[in-house]
Design a binder for this molecule. Sequence first.
Ligand SMILES: Nc1ncnc2c1ncn2[C@@H]1O[C@H](COP(=O)(O)OP(=O)(O)OP(=O)(O)O)[C@@H](O)[C@H]1O
Length: 571
Amino acid sequence: MPSVRPAYSTSSGAGAGDTKARYRRILRFAAWNLAVTWWFELFLPRVGLARVAERTRAKRMQRFARRFHDLAVELGGLMIKVGQFLSSRLDVLPPEITKELEGLQDEVPAVPFPAIRALAEAEFGAPLERVFDWVDETPIAAASLGQAHRARLLPADIADTGLQNVVVKVQRPGIEAIVDVDLAALRKVGGWLSHIRLVSRRADMPALVEEFALTSFEEIDYLHEAANSVRFAEDFAGDVRVGVPQVVWERSTRRVLTLEDVTAIKITDAEGLRAAGIDPADVAPVFASVMFEQLFTNGFFHADPHPGNIFVTPVPAEAGGQPWKLTFIDFGMMGEVTASTRSGLRKLLIAAAARDGKGLVAAIRDVGVLVPSADTVELERAMTHLFGRFGGMGFAELRDVDPREFRDFGLEFGDVVRSLPFQLPENFLLIIRTMSLTSGVCSSLNEKFNLWDSVEPFAAQLLKDERGNIAQDVGRQALDIASVTLGLPRRVDFLLTRLDEGSLPVATPRLERQVARLDRSSRRAASALVFAGLVIAGAVVRADDAVLGTVLMIASVLPLLHGLWVGRRGV
Ligand SMILES: Nc1ncnc2c1ncn2[C@@H]1O[C@H](COP(=O)(O)OP(=O)(O)OP(=O)(O)O)[C@@H](O)[C@H]1O
């Protein structure tokens, strides 16, 4: 017997008056706080009252966080998202702010079921009873943009999908209008901030707001979220460590999303994990490496990996392999890392793992985080010093470091610390958020968790891949150059392809004949080039990749040597 009740009429959406009032509230809040910040942080220090600003800073931060918290709970919409962003900036924001904003998400009031029913029925064009066998009227969770209800599929859908229990996410009625107003207000505030030199030197505020706008629009398109989850699942296809809920496409629209119910143990539920025989400390490194893989290998990452979005799912023993997996939900906010940024980030990770201050500064410059005018010599020295002193510590341990140590560091590297020559490129907002959340989840699974411990094996693998790639590139280039010199551009294409595929190329009679026709000096030039390729490849490939290196070298050199030999015989 279906437990869904008949539809009620509901009004939804914000009226024009509400819209204007909302816009003004946000701007008033921002203007007041900017004025306060200007007064204390810029004006007072300029008239010699810096100590007043310092003495009141912690209190002011707290007050700001509390007021923002109240505003966000009252207005909902994107203000909750902004609060989430702020609360995840554990790296730069003081705990007074992050703590206050942490639980924001759970305080959003739920939309009454009749309004949810009306929206879902309008989307499906049918009463809910014809779409689902049962829908729980009490939401599992009410989020800023939508809310989730448990439901059961109709028998025909069960037969089609193999699923019975599902979760139906329904958007808050009128959320599109609310997002529009919030973005208009944020654009205005972003414009104000861009006039403040202190801010504009480090971040392109309008660009950051636009990036935020883009992710927000994507988040209110559930079909986009569904497509994201499919892409994410494909990235991890065959990986027993990762699970993704199946999408019930027949029961999904832009505003309603029906997914396999994958409820399991919340990743930070230490007691639940232990009860299932899982040691929370074992989960942390797997979670970290799965997140690294998204960022540095796949280039497509879950940008909202807060504990509510990751379950640990026990896997039956008969399935073999790992006894549990990480099941991700909520693919509304995903980030992409372009190939060039990814390559910069890989270098950054490798340098960080190797505690290579110089390499790190070069990598930061590559990815665009360094202000162009930065004094790199001083920065390299500072980084090397930092690695020397704190490099092997986990984030939890760092918290216990005597603050005097940081002060000493500040004194020694005053210029660097004062100028903080970093800027925030727009595509980094989500990357930083993801890393902050990852580190937060890992620390709560294991207080002693050392992110470095996960970075190192991952970086070592990257280094190996990178060297393999470089060796392959060198082999390719040797062949490329040789083929051009020999005047055989087309003929060696298949060799290059084979080399890319990792299979050993073999010289063909046709190639042999081509080489045979070369005059002596061309043959010599070719040998010299191939020899140079060998030397470079040898220099790039270190001892641990010797086998790969040797194979690639042989691969690049064999056909030519063979051809030259045939040529000498005068075939
Ligand atoms: N496939 C699922 N299986 C089990 N529970 C789910 C599933 N999808 C969502 N939920 C539950 O519903 C809650 C809200 O879902 P989700 O996080 O996807 O919504 P959201 O509107 O995108 O929220 P957020 O504001 O966090 O982005 C989750 O925290 C989880 O408890």
